[in-house]
Design a protein around this ligand. Sequence first.
Ligand code: NAP
Ligand code: FE
Length: 365
Amino acid sequence: MFYLPTRVLFGTDALKKSKDHIKAMGTKALIVTGKAGAALSGALEETCTMLDTHGIKWKLFDQITENPVLEMIISGKESFLQERCDFIIGIGGGSPIDAAKAISLAAANDLDIDTIYEANRFKQAYPIIAIPTTSGTGTEVTQYSVLTDASQKKKAGFGSELIFPRLAICDPRYTLSLPENVTLNTGIDALSHLLEGIYSNKREPLLYPMIHSGIGSILRYLPTALKDPQDLFAREELMRASLYGGMTIAQAGTTLQHSIGYPLTSLFGIPHGLANGIVMRDMMELYQSAIEPELQSLFSYLGIRRQDFYAWLDELLPQTRVPLDGTVIDTRVPEVMSSRNMASNPFPVSEDQVRALYHKLRERQ
Ligand code: NAP
Ligand code: FE
């Protein structure tokens, strides 16, 4: 099955082409961003100019940090309601766009910190426009939002079809300003999503051509964009791959490949994509027995061997210190086991297998 209720505009004129759709959304928007990324990308200024030109009012809420915490969502909800907005525009990487999705739900269903994850309360949402400025999460075309509960140092996602953005405006120019580390980490996140489209027990062969093409683009053009950040063609390839990754996880969900990395981010601040990357090889090896034919057809499409893929990863990923110890591992394994991603693994993965993966990572330090 493939279901996507998001209208996607892609290319350097995406915002221009979206004007009638934006006008149909309402008369006042809350624009949700981080402190700097949306402005640096040029997307914020272009969006505000477009809204002004068409007489649409807007209020900027630029309080979202990386790995948004629940308190930020509630403060965004208050701003949305106080300003009497009727739609929401998330501009940035996954953090501001996921926050925009959660703010929409919180405002429409009067959620607070204690009820934000309670899916049975999600009855409606305000329309969401997503304008990505990273090529990683694919959140512009997913029904997911990933938030952090700072009180428990716990990162967890939720999904609701209500928060599929109405409109995704994907302009690769907005990623030209990305620093090298964010380009790398987000590219690896997109790669995880595409691979998980093969790993997941909800894998959909209809998507394989898209998955293969996306992975091919990342292998070829991520090193190019790292070398020459201003290469618009490479940036376009990466943004398309990220979009394909989002379309993929919207159908197949993410797996342990994602949830095993969440504690590495919430405890040690390792960026999301990098956290996926440092366990990527172990995850492929864990799953391989269940997905051998799919992996074979992927590598035959790419024209490389699995060892070449591992070598590509080793060359790209920086040495990362992960200060895991036995106690940390024991306390975090139950959190991983209870994550919603575990339902999508290609076979049931045991607590012992998760623990073994963390110990393997620790031994490599
Ligand atoms: P991010 O946390 O949104 O942004 C990372 C950094 O890049 C921030 O410092 C940001 O600055 C900066 N930045 C963003 N765009 C920029 C640009 N064009 N130029 C210069 N700097 C820029 O990173 P992300 O990897 O895109 O998102 C990660 C989050 O998404 C995680 O919480 C992850 O769990 C989540 N995620 C969600 C989904 C989903 O389907 N919903 C899927 C995968 C991951 P500012 O802080 O100033 O904006
Ligand atoms: Fe991700």
